[in-house]
Design a protein around this ligand. Structure first.
Ligand code: CA
Length: 660
């Protein structure tokens, strides 16, 4: 539903003698945006509840049709109220009511060429985008955008929780950038980025005592390049950065091509005095529309996955039967067969395995290499996802053999050509009833709503790193206490965890241990959101875990009707409540080496006795604990929640809590 309540036209001005100023307020009046053309430089600034969240920050872009960064005059504006309801089945919430003030601001550059800047201001989010127009004679009808000057200029006392963009054609088999770098906690703004390439979205900023701001973008598919933030500039702040020319082995343009008239994707700024609006935001979905209808009823669920612990050696028929059986035992919907299946199991073997899985009520998902020729990732199958004819052949075969979904890996960068490949895979997969997970990839930008068969992406340091190195095993708490406020706040995340082996090996004794407790791992499935969620159980875990642990893992929902932030601080700890139907689940993680106590508002459980899974504290010195291979024992308790819902909890170091 769209309602236009009021609109205002400013008088046309003949010369830019006085700066024009446009003020836009959120429906509750707390967010205030001021846009000006002072000195010919288009800028905007944002206050929240009277506090400055963004200082005057530049707007504008450079395109083949002209320079829109200076010599700008505001020619007029029109404001209206947006009021929309929509439903989602695969994000943090199911019913969304989006209410915002929209301001459509007409600008003109020094050559008289028009530019429209559209702002949407809701109670905790500001979004804006540019619309480019044709010139005299109704031409040209297409344009290139070379760069954007859109800036995010934070007050001086701001600190950052941001993740560096990697260099192109770097890392393992030249597969970067793939959004798999490490966040820094509470870093200074002027700290140079680790690789000199700026920062990947989303970027979290702590504006001192005034609050928190999350900057990201949404609505990018085949229509534009994927952007990120530049390094900090003392006068400008951070600006929108385009892909590096060398991505995709240098193929393709780093510029964006758009038809005229045409719009850029939305830049989004989510803010609050606490982290609650950031964790709960739906802004990536509020600003986009479904691009096509689902051809099938796509089923959420859980999947087993041999590769994480048993690795490449497990890509054989007999091992996969064990993981199909494990899924069936747990009542899980899916089993993911990872790389090399075409060589080691073969297509006939997969057909047979799929028949076996279906007879047990489980469906297979298959891994693919996205290449192509944009990096050196060697794992097969290759050459099946990079052209439309190969995809059609492959996906038809999958549909005939009741394969439920694909995980496509090793993309290379954010050029428009690569963004188009993600979209083409999704569109073709929908025709064959396949759901899609991306790995080694870019951030999804509103994709759960744009593409109804899209599930989730990696685009973070996911569980494979816990397997690969002791360093990341020790960092698991830090990572999983960061993503709810960053990566997972703007898009479904295939963490690929719930690691129940105590050691990162098939024998569950060799290699490095896991440093998180069992309850931490189980609670991570409530904290990390993806409508199809991995549970990295191994067959041996069935006899190792206590019955109440397996009960929880069998019950585990993956879709949510509501999500509430309860408490947390990025990199240290997090507590969320999520509702599935009428049932609430509370999960909490401690990513530090110290116990953390907090009082949670569990009013959804008022006057009820709940089941609580928690860690038995270890009776050891801290030093011994840090170096110990011993994990705390999980215990199940009853928890009486008083009428006011206030409950004090303590989470053990690298531990967790589940209340349901
Ligand atoms: Ca990866």
């Amino acid at each position: 539903m769209k309602r236009i309540c009021y609109f205002v036209f400013l008088a046309f001005m003949t010369a830019n003698v006085w700066a024009e100023e446009v003020k836009i307020a959120s429906p509750d009046g707390k967010v205030n945006v001021t846009v000006t053309d002072q000195g010919g430089i288009p800028t905007y600034m944002i206050t929240y509840d009277g506090r400055v969240m963004l200082k005057p920050s530049r707007l504008g872009l450079k395109a083949s049709i002209g320079d829109f960064t200076a010599g700008i005059t505001i020619k007029g504006q029109k404001q209206s109220r947006i009021d929309q309801n929509y439903e989602m089945t695969r994000i943090k919430t199911s019913q969304v009511h989006y209410v915002a003030t929209e301001a459509v601001i007409a600008m003109q550059n020094a050559q008289g060429w028009p530019l429209t800047v559209t702002f949407r201001v809701s109670n905790h989010d500001v979004a804006f985008r540019y619309t480019l127009h044709r010139g005299p004679n109704d031409t040209p009808r297409c344009a290139l955008v070379y760069s954007e000057t859109s800036a995010f200029n934070f007050p001086q006392h701001t600190t950052t929780f941001i993740c560096p963009q990697s260099k192109p054609m770097d890392g393992w088999e030249r597969t970067k950038p793939s959004y798999e770098e490490e966040y820094k906690a509470d870093a200074a703004m002027d700290l140079p980025s680790q690789y000199g390439q700026g920062y990947t979205f989303p970027c979290l900023f702590h504006v001192g005592n005034d609050g928190w701001v999350l900057v990201s973008e949404t609505g990018t598919g085949s229509n534009y390049v994927g952007c990120h933030l530049s390094d900090y500039h003392k006068d400008l702040g951070y600006t929108i950065a385009f892909p590096n020319q060398d991505e995709m082995n240098g193929m393709g343009s780093p510029y964006a091509g758009i038809p005229l008239p045409g719009s850029t994707p939305w830049r989004t700024i989510t803010m609050g005095t606490t982290l609650k609006p950031i964790v709960e935001t739906t802004i990536p979905y509020d600003l986009v529309e479904p691009l096509y209808q689902p051809t099938h009823k796509y089923k959420p669920g859980r999947y087993t996955w041999s590769w994480l612990i048993w690795q490449d050696e497990s890509c054989n028929y007999d091992d996969q039967v064990q993981f199909v059986d494990l899924a069936a035992t747990m009542g899980y919907e899916y089993c993911l067969v990872d790389a090399l299946w075409n060589q080691r199991i073969g297509r006939e073997g997969i057909e047979k395995l799929s028949r076996y899985a279906c007879s047990k009520g489980v469906q297979l998902m298959l891994w693919y290499n996205s290449n192509g020729m944009w990096n050196d990732a060697p794992q097969s199958p290759v050459g099946c996802m990079n052209t439309s004819w190969a995809r059609e052949r492959e996906m038809k075969w999958m549909e005939e053999n009741r394969i439920a979904g694909i995980k496509v890996d090793f993309f290379g960068g954010d050029k428009q050509e690569m963004m188009k490949l993600y979209e083409d895979i999704l569109v073709d997969a929908n025709r064959h009833g396949l759901q899609v997970i991306f790995h080694g990839c870019t951030l999804p930008r509103g994709w759960e709503r744009m593409y109804p068969n899209y599930v989730a992406s990696e685009a973070m340091l996911a569980s494979e790193n816990v397997y690969f190195t002791e360093h990341h095993a020790r960092q698991e708490g830090f990572e999983l206490c960061t993503y709810p406020f960053t990566r997972n706040a703007v898009g479904s995340a295939d963490w690929g965890g719930v690691l129940m082996n105590t050691h990162m090996s098939r024998d569950n004794k060799s290699r490095h241990p896991r440093y998180t407790s069992n309850v931490f791992e189980m609670a991570s499935a409530l904290i990390m959101q993806s409508s199809i969620n991995a549970v990295v159980l191994c067959p041996n875990n069935l006899s190792e875990l206590q019955p109440f642990e397996l009960d929880f893992l069998r019950e585990l929902p993956t879709t949510w009707d509501e999500t509430r932030f309860l408490d947390g601080y990025p990199t240290r700890y997090v507590a969320l409540a999520r509702r599935h139907g009428s049932k609430w689940y509370v999960g909490a993680l401690n990513g530090t080496q110290e116990p953390i106590s907090m009082t949670l508002d569990l009013s959804m459980f008022a006057n009820q006795t709940m089941t609580c899974l928690t860690d038995q504290p270890l009776k050891k010195s801290k030093k011994a604990q840090e170096n110990s291979l011993q994990l705390p024992t999980p215990v199940q308790k009853q928890l009486k929640v008083p009428q006011d819902g206030k409950v004090q909890i303590t989470i053990q170091p690298m531990g967790g809590i589940i209340i349901r």
